[in-house]
Design a protein around this ligand. Structure first.
Ligand code: GLY
Length: 381
């Protein structure tokens, strides 16, 4: 293989988006992954929900999430054009609902927090929620309407990215990057699982939950990423006019209805290491939570169970940018926001790769913020 400018380790949404944008800027790019466009990116529900998913203490991450959200319509349009496919971006809005008085108190707190942050949210009574979405449970106590939290069909997105990469000249290799090769403290290549060595001066680690498994890195630059398991269900048979046109979120589950009537019901959040089994308990938990939000779910056909391993990080925020090893760039640890953060991540990392300068927006997410931590081994076991 002719030496590329960049090897991207990982062909999920982040790796493919970076590869596409770096190649569009004239760099020669290899993406290495035995299962490109699968994994957590494939399992995801595709919610673009920075406001609904805001968490206390994560205001800095919110800024990045909002920036990426802002970029989505244009980015999706460019991707549609580059790929000749529809990447499935849909402006549906989100309604967060309370099943009972306890949930409603939690929504009060969340609403206050969202308002303090200046976010666009509307507090609704139960009756108003049901006027908007008659399929909601009669017991619905109240809600928060977030008109600008949308969705993308993550599988259509991945298909579009694969095609856009191919058209931009990205070379896809069906092997895992097993090791980053260093000489004199800088990157000189990447060794693949089959033993092939690809010479390059830059490796971007975008291997999601598997990022810490890549060998050859000094301990201080190994990304502190761990798998956080999410189980999801796919249901079919929602009426053409759609069961609920908006994304519905409860405190324990979410329901995303695709324009074709497929329903994604997710997701568990489990610290189980690299366990990818679908469990009876997980399915039961999701169905129960789904029924409590939208009882009509019970009429649908259960067509798929899936598991994704979110790349969790110590502060729930991604690691983006250069490390102390020359030529080693990280774009991993996106945890619950991989699909949402694809546009801003791809733009920022492609900018770094092509100009040598990282945009300011990713400065707070430098991987160096973890380089003094106590090294935890076994994240890749
Ligand atoms: N962002 C949705 C999830 O991680 O389940």
């Amino acid at each position: 293989m002719i030496a590329p400018d960049v090897v991207v380790a990982g062909g999920g949404v982040i790796g493919l988006a970076i590869a596409w944008q770096a190649a569009a800027r004239g760099l020669s790019v290899v993406v290495a992954d035995p299962h490109s466009a699968r994994g957590a990116s494939w399992a995801a529900a595709g919610m673009l929900a920075p406001v609904t998913e805001v968490h206390y203490g994560e205001e800095r991450l919110l800024e990045l999430n909002l920036e990426s959200h802002e970029r989505y319509p244009e980015w999706a349009g460019e991707l549609n054009e580059a790929s000749g496919r529809d990447c499935g971006y849909a402006e549906t809005g989100t309604l967060m609902v309370a099943r009972d008085a306890d949930d409603n108190r939690a929504l009060n707190q969340l609403f206050d927090f969202q308002q303090r942050l200046g976010l666009e949210v509307e507090r609704l009574r139960g009756r108003e929620c049901r006027q908007l979405e008659p399929a909601l449970a009669p017991s619905t106590r109240g809600g928060i309407l977030v008109r600008r939290d949308h969705q993308i069909d993550n599988r259509a997105l991945l298909a579009a990215l694969l095609t856009a990469c191919e058209r931009a000249g990205v070379h896809a290799v069906n092997e895992r990057v097993a090791r980053v090769d260093l000489a004199d403290g800088r990157v000189v290549g990447a060794s693949l699982d089959d033993g092939e060595r690809v010479s390059c001066r830059t490796v971007v680690v975008a291997a999601g939950a598997h990022s810490a498994r890549i060998e050859g890195l000094p301990p201080e630059v190994v990304p502190p990423v761990r798998p956080v398991k999410g189980q999801l269900l796919h249901l079919r048979g929602a009426p053409k006019e759609r069961l609920v046109p908006r994304t519905i979120r409860g405190l324990d589950a979410y329901i995303v209805v695709r324009p074709d009537g497929r329903v994604v019901l997710g997701a568990t959040v489990e610290e189980q290491g690299f366990d990818e089994r679908v469990t009876a308990g997980g399915v039961q938990e999701l169905l129960q939570a789904g029924f409590e939000l939208v009882p009509g779910i019970a009429e649908l056909e259960l067509v798929e169970t899936s598991v994704g391993l979110r790349p969790g990080s110590p502060d729930n925020a991604p690691m983006l940018g250069e490390t102390s090893v020359g030529g080693l760039v990280l774009a991993t640890g996106h945890y619950r926001n991989g699909i949402l953060l694809a546009p801003v991540t791809a733009w920022a990392i492609a900018e770094l790769l092509s100009t040598g300068e990282a945009p300011e927006i990713i400065t707070p997410f430098s991987p160096r913020r973890f380089s003094n931590r106590r090294v935890v081994t076994g994240a890749g076991s």
